[in-house]
Design a protein around this ligand. Structure first.
Ligand code: PLP
Length: 422
């Protein structure tokens, strides 16, 4: 078995001796990401330092409660990890209050609903078909089952959020909470406009920045914090930290949010993940991260331009963020087929519904491409032109897959994910 590298976990040699079956899974996953291009917009490559914190003995500790106010003894050490994470989160995002315990973005959103609404209350959120997330009112999710969520969408002509429609719906339905933030919306969201509408109807404003928090942290796009009552986020997407979630809020809502996370929706926090979040926040405070965030956005713009030049149509005409949503109808290829053809060529991306998509979610007319991973690999504008050409070749000429695989290998050889260390 290959010698231990930090990317397999700090105690890989021990694992390999004890449980070669699982050790092989770890090896194969690193080999998988090294061997292809990862264009999933919600993924990234956490640093060896983040992985070290995740693989630590902090996983063992029960620490229900908050630093200095735990329901278990022996928390004085893990308290330090959470205090560092909280201090860094507040400083990084300029927020009054932070909670770093949510296990995921969905858990952070559950806590936000629990803090601000009662079951049956009305909220306004982006339609899933137009880029919203399951937690924004899907009937198969708690949000759609327990709350009355009215959807807003994008205009058919511009494919941009229709702020007039949002305002009309808010005036008509008088929601207690308005949610903005999305899973597959490539453009900047006008947080000031949402704030204005929320104020007009006396609603809370929740910004779900799961996708964009890394760009906000690095200053590549405007922060939502000055406008929102609550910002929820994930730590594993653009922020490049461990899998997990977090909440930022005003001082006024601090104790409501904290109580909604624990004890209302969660039990003991994952202290190894909290420590890893602290490491990620520390990394995001460095100037290199601002350069990274700017490069993620510049790369996405170049990738979208490259795909457009090769005959594809980016929804809304392009992107201001880390992702582009591509309408494939002009090529006569479904999103599902495109996803399969790209996978065969070593390019991992996901099919995605586009606004007003005639196809069901299992098929779709689009794909979503994102640049957080390839930018972590050090790729820039010239490589994005090559990636665009590779994606088009893979989708439009599946018969020529062998030559596309060679081109993917060329890129991953010069810009490896998790470069090997001695
Ligand atoms: N909110 C948005 C906008 C998302 O895109 C996602 C995940 O993709 C989530 C919430 C949920 O995050 P998680 O998968 O960590 O629960």
């Amino acid at each position: 078995m290959t010698p231990a590298e930090p990317f397999y976990g700090p105690d890989f040699t021990q694992l390999a001796g004890q449980d070669p079956e699982v050790a092989q899974v770890l090896l194969d996953e690193v080999a998988r990401v090294r061997g292809g291009l990862q264009l999933i917009a919600s993924e990234n490559f956490a640093s060896p330092a983040v992985l070290a914190a995740l693989g630590s003995t902090l996983t063992n500790k029960y620490a229900e409660g908050y630093p200095g106010r735990r329901y278990y003894g022996g928390c004085e050490v893990v308290d330090r990890a959470e205090r560092i994470a909280l201090d860094r989160a507040r400083k990084l995002f300029g927020a009054d209050h932070a909670n770093v315990q949510p296990h995921s973005g969905a858990s952070a959103n559950l806590a936000a609903y629990a803090a601000l609404l009662q079951p049956g209350d009305t909220a306004l959120a982006m339609d899933l078909q137009h880029g919203g997330h399951l937690t924004h009112g899907s009937k198969v999710n708690f949000s759609g089952r327990w709350f009355h969520v009215v959807p807003y969408g994008v205009r058919r002509d511009s494919e941009l959020i229709d702020y007039d429609e949002v305002r009309d719906l808010a005036l008509r339905h008088q929601p207690k909470m308005i949610i903005c933030g999305a899973t597959s919306y490539p453009r900047l969201i006008d947080h000031a406009a949402f704030r204005g509408i929320a104020d007009e109807v006396g609603a809370w404003l929740l910004v779900d920045a799961a996708h964009t928090i890394g760009l906000m942290a690095g200053g590549a796009i405007p922060s939502a914090v000055p406008y929102a009552d609550v910002v929820t986020f994930t730590t594993h997407k653009g922020l490049r930290g461990p899998r997990g979630g977090g909440v930022l809020c005003t001082e006024e809502l601090a104790s409501l949010i904290d109580r909604a996370v624990f004890p209302f929706t969660q039990g003991g926090p994952l202290m190894h993940a909290v420590a890893a979040k602290a490491v990620a926040f520390g990394e995001a405070m460095r100037p290199e991260f601002a350069a990274y965030a700017a490069a993620v956005a510049a790369n996405a713009a170049t990738l979208a331009e490259g795909l457009t030049a090769e005959g594809m149509r980016p929804v809304s005409g392009g992107t201001d963020t880390h992702l582009a949503l591509i309408d494939l109808r002009g090529l006569g290829v479904s999103g599902a087929d495109a996803e399969r053809r790209c996978a065969a060529a070593g390019v991992t991306l996901n099919r995605n519904v586009i606004p007003y998509d005639p196809e069901p979610p299992t098929v779709t007319s689009g794909i979503r491409v994102g640049t957080p991973c390839v930018t972590t690999q050090g790729m820039g504008v010239p490589e994005m032109r090559e990636v665009a050409s590779i994606v088009v070749q893979a989708i439009a000429h599946p018969g020529a897959v062998a030559s596309v695989i060679e081109r993917v290998k060329g890129l991953t050889a010069t810009h490896p994910a998790y470069p090997r260390v001695d």
